[in-house]
Design a protein around this ligand. Structure first.
Ligand SMILES: C[S@@+](CC[C@H](N)C(=O)[O-])C[C@H]1O[C@@H](n2cnc3c(N)ncnc32)[C@H](O)[C@@H]1O
Length: 160
């Protein structure tokens, strides 16, 4: 619903953010927060994030990418629906400036392993040991309530 995104933008007024979400109520909720908080550094695109990266973001332009609690698709037959796949790792890496970061988080341990392995296999990325601090998200709070363990992963685009 955009609470974490709004909090991050509010805390970092010198950085510009683009939020990407397909869920209408989530977009509406974030637009309301932008108005209430008078945020000038946050824009929202209601569209598929993969297509936004492919078609709207030039290569080598993003300082960072936040992928917080993407749908885990726990059933094996649904794993192909996960956003993190080898082509996504390449696409995300290409969009980052050299040294730019991809910060991913999940409360599903098997998806954390999947993301770690997929991102480690991307030649344009290298793993950073220390994850960045971030506010707790709504989905994360629910996961923690259910006893799930949260993992953050940080990867940097290699300097070429
Ligand atoms: C599990 S929720 C997590 C939401 C939020 N990051 C949090 O932690 O509370 C995953 C969100 O990703 C959105 N989503 C899934 N696939 C997407 C895509 N391809 N493009 C944009 N948003 C997507 C869903 O609509 C949903 O709101």
């Amino acid at each position: 619903m955009g609470e974490t995104t709004a909090a991050i933008a509010l805390a970092n007024p010198g950085t510009d953010y683009i939020a990407v979400e397909v869920h209408g109520p989530g977009v509406g909720s974030l637009l309301k927060k932008i108005a209430e908080l008078e945020l000038k550094n946050l824009r929202v695109i209601r569209h598929d994030a993969v297509e936004v990266l492919e078609k709207m973001i030039p290569d080598g332009t993003l300082a960072g990418l936040h992928l917080f609690f993407p749908d885990p698709w726990p059933k094996k037959r649904h794993h192909k629906r996960r956003i993190v796949q080898p082509p996504f790792a390449t696409l995300a890496a290409r969009k980052l400036v050299p040294g730019g970061y991809l910060h991913a988080a999940t409360d599903w341990p098997e998806y954390a392993e999947w993301m770690d392995e997929t991102l480690l296999n991307e030649p344009l990325l290298e793993k950073a040991e220390q994850a960045k601090a971030r506010p707790v998200t709504k989905f994360e709070r629910r996961g923690i309530g259910l006893g799930h363990a949260v993992r953050d992963l940080l990867f940097l685009r290699r300097q070429e």
